[in-house]
Design a protein around this ligand. Sequence first.
Ligand code: SF4
Ligand SMILES: [Zn+2]
Length: 368
Amino acid sequence: MVVWNPWHGCHKISPGCANCYVYRRDESIGIDASVVRKTESYDNPLKKNRKKEYFITPETGIVYTCMTSDFFLSDADKWRQGCWDIIRERKDLKFHIITKRIDRFEQCIPDDWGSGWENVTICSTCENQEMTDYRLPILIKLPIKHREVISEPILGEINMEKYLATGLIEHVTCGGESGDNARPCDFRWIQEIRRECIRNSIPFTFKQTGSVFIKDGKTYHIDRKDQMMQAKKSRHNYYPGMGNAYSIRYTLPDRMDLFERLQRSGFRSKFHLDNKDKEYIKEKGMKTIMEHARDFVTNRLSAENPENDGKQTPMKGHPVFIAQHATACCCRSCIEKWHHIPTGKKLSASEQSYIVDVIMDWINKEIR
Ligand code: SF4
Ligand SMILES: [Zn+2]
């Protein structure tokens, strides 16, 4: 990984900026981060060694551009054209530009930008729902070849599925905030975005927990040096087809506790078998109903990323469908939330049996 900072310094513009690491670091060495200045690294990608070879080569990896400022900052309007010239010249390198100012993009691109440059990835950050709904529609409409989203520091629950569903976003990264005044990061927010990514087959990275991490309602204070490692240990990164979710450790819920919780849920507890369903069960016999349940679980739920996840179980038409909604065995998201079986992996034979068992348990209770 290479960092190229053609200018340094920035202005805070959104909630995610509150504890900006550029400000924190500059303050600690007595520098005013709000003064924006061109740096000596300005033409780094063009610098060569004595053998007339570039210092930065494609083998050195992605060039993270403008990491101590914002590439689309208005203070830098006078310097940006020169950067585009460099990026145009170094077509062999991949430039990643992370910005909170995607709304300035159109007025900042060079004349020959066309439908975007292959070697430029634009990453828009969105730290909360408001910024997501402001920035992502812009990101999607712009002529860009490679788009990514970064929710770091994530500051609340975010739903970005409608933007992911466009198929135009290539990667999503999430993470908590670090530093002394860090705001908390709830693991549920991370898991929700991850599920949205899985449903849309988009790679997802959980980069770091941040300093204040909430998991299962408990708050943990995590040392800076452990934040990335802890995120990695949770094994929540997702790459379609790579099967990284197989190593997520989880425990199935206690059955009695599960049924009590389902009872308390207004949505789950409203599902019941009607007389027609009960007649059907009587006519077919329990063994056949169980075969149907097995069939639905295998064919509609078991794939790493089931087709139409969230919509694959009708609300009526078969007693097993009703039982699936009543027991939160209707889709992989519900199965993860209620039964802890991670999304993003194929269901094992024993996981499938467990789900069938829960469904049949509920049906038996209803009939009694
Ligand atoms: S846009 Fe980025 S660099 Fe600029 S103040 Fe906000 S967090 Fe810091
Ligand atoms: Zn569901």
